[in-house]
Write a protein that binds this ligand. Structure first.
Ligand code: ACO
Ligand code: OAA
Length: 465
């Protein structure tokens, strides 16, 4: 089944060459941004002045009552989602990124640091630049003591995503943006303090997320100190207690790089953008985003997939046939529930992130043989036809959540209520990138117009007359 759905073709040689040509610089991330921001500001200013009145689409009542689905209404530079091809990060597909973005010295998978660099700058960093960024993140990665205490005081029974949101919000105690704003700064200086907060937040997420894991699932265990010579995920995996598992650490690098951004309209990224547009600092903005990610129709679906697949396994035993899965799918649908991990607001094909993570499994013999990985695969062989027959969803194919948890489960990270926290460590890459750019470009407070049902009905009537 997997082979029927190849990942998007690699981009043209010219595009890849273009990306690689951008390797030459030895500048830091901040210096690179300082170089490119003025030209982007100019480009947007010109676009607004010269073409501000150009029409790019219609607004229908179905858009207004349908969750703004399909409405072209957001500015987002870092990535674009095509319904068939899936995501491209600054025009690079997932296979492109796997080819050109630096990996860890002892690994093959994309380092999230290199994805962050690409998202922020549109450029492919050199291995040296990536390594420099890893070091900067490791140096900034320790949590303030009061946040450690706050997290340690939370009840073990509080969902890990709630804990993550609380921890991220509390980090705003040290917000450079907030304190500069209070001190009085010009609009042109917003982005630089925003960048400082965003880098500090990305740096601190692994220690925060690992502390939550330790407190909830492994109380009493020591948390290793951050190793300044390790990359972000190397440290995260170590703090989770899986540092010796090279396969899991590599998987986490790929997972966190690929979940980083999914254009602007997804609920978590959009929330960060909306809250950030009020000039709430990056910690508060991203904390809000995490609570959107924590919903079962969005990021939490990866927890729900594992719960659902394990319930299927428990009910049907070890030897599950395609017919068994088909019956189980119908049982889920007939009971009025959604099939977690299937469907999408934009995608109309299997999610290329799903394919990339499945390919990771196929490349590792132990994963290929894993019963949970096989069950996810077998479900993929049956579910699209059942969902087509059911006839409701516009997209009967798997999204990334259908598979992201099974590798974690196989390697012993079985606490699936924690899985969305890993997603939350990742989504910061894209959501925070946009906050830096929104402040650099001087984007205004987001404030769409709303209408009552009566007002919409009147518009219909007026058009008929
Ligand atoms: C990282 C991510 O966030 S990826 C998404 C993760 N979420 C999931 O996997 C949860 C399961 N999937 C879903 O609920 C949906 O497909 C969503 C939320 C992802 C997208 O929602 P929409 O854009 O509204 O989907 P769509 O337009 O196809 O929905 C039409 C109908 O099909 C139903 N439908 C969509 N997906 C599914 C599904 N997987 N199982 C059953 N029914 C579904 C919808 O509930 C809706 O029913 P309704 O007419 O009774 O309201
Ligand atoms: O794009 C969306 O709406 C949901 C999604 O897959 C993501 O945010 O990663």
């Amino acid at each position: 089944m997997l082979s029927r759905f190849a990942l998007p073709a690699r981009s043209s040689g010219a595009r890849l060459l273009g990306a690689q040509r951008r390797l030459a610089s030895t500048k830091s991330l901040r210096e690179t941004l300082e170089d490119i921001i003025p030209a982007k500001q100019e480009q947007l200013k010109k676009l607004k002045t010269e073409h501000g009145q150009t029409v790019v689409g219609d607004i229908k009542i179905e858009n207004i009552v349908g969750g703004m689905r399909g409405l072209k209404a957001m500015l987002w530079d870092a990535s674009v989602l095509d319904p068939i091809e899936g995501i491209r990060f600054h025009e690079l597909s997932i296979p492109d990124c796997q080819k050109v973005l630096p990996a860890a010295p002892d690994g093959k998978e994309i380092l999230p640091e290199s994805m962050l660099w690409l998202l922020l700058t549109g450029q492919v960093p050199t291995p040296e630049q990536t390594c420099q960024l890893s070091r900067e993140l490791a140096e900034k990665g320790d949590l303030p003591k009061f946040v450690e205490k706050l997290i340690d005081e939370l009840p073990q029974s509080l969902h890990p995503m709630t804990q993550l949101g609380i921890g991220v919000a509390a980090l705003n105690h040290d917000s450079a943006f907030q304190s500069a704003y209070e001190g009085g700064i010009k609009k042109t200086e917003y982005w630089t303090h925003t960048l400082e907060d965003c880098i500090n937040l990305i740096a601190r997420l692994p220690a925060l997320a690992a502390r939550i894991y330790r407190n909830v699932y492994k109380p009493g265990n020591d948390l290793p100190a951050i190793n300044k010579d390790l990359d972000l995920v190397g440290n995260y995996s170590n703090m989770l207690g899986y540092g010796n598992n090279k396969n899991l650490t590599e998987y986490l690098r790929l997972y966190i790089a690929l979940h980083g951004d999914h254009e602007g309209g997804n609920a978590s990224a959009h929330t960060a953008h909306l809250v950030g547009s009020t000039l709430s600092d990056p910690y508060l903005s991203y904390s809000a985003a995490l609570f959107a990610l924590a919903g079962p129709l969005h990021g939490l679906a990866n927890q729900e997939v594992l719960r659902w697949q394990l319930a299927m396994q428990k009910e049907l035993g070890d030897k599950i046939s395609h017919d068994d899965i088909r019956d189980y799918l119908w049982k889920t649908l007939k009971s009025g529930q959604v099939v977690p991990g299937y469907g999408h607001g934009v995608l109309r094909n299997p999610d290329p992130r799903f394919i990339a993570l499945q390919e990771f499994c196929q490349a590792h013999p132990d994963l290929k043989e894993s019963s949970i990985v096989q069950l996810v695969n077998k479900t993929f062989e049956v579910a699209p036809d059942v969902l087509k027959e059911h006839g409701k969803t516009k997209n009967p194919y798997p999204n990334v959540d259908a598979t992201s948890g099974c590798v974690l489960y196989h390697y012993g990270l079985t606490e699936f209520k924690y899985y969305t926290v890993i997603f939350g460590v990742s989504r910061a890459l894209g959501a925070l990138t946009q906050l830096v750019w929104a402040r650099a470009l001087g984007l205004p407070i987001e404030r769409p117009k709303s209408f009552s049902i009566d007002a919409l009905q009147k518009m219909v009537q007026d058009q008929k007359n």
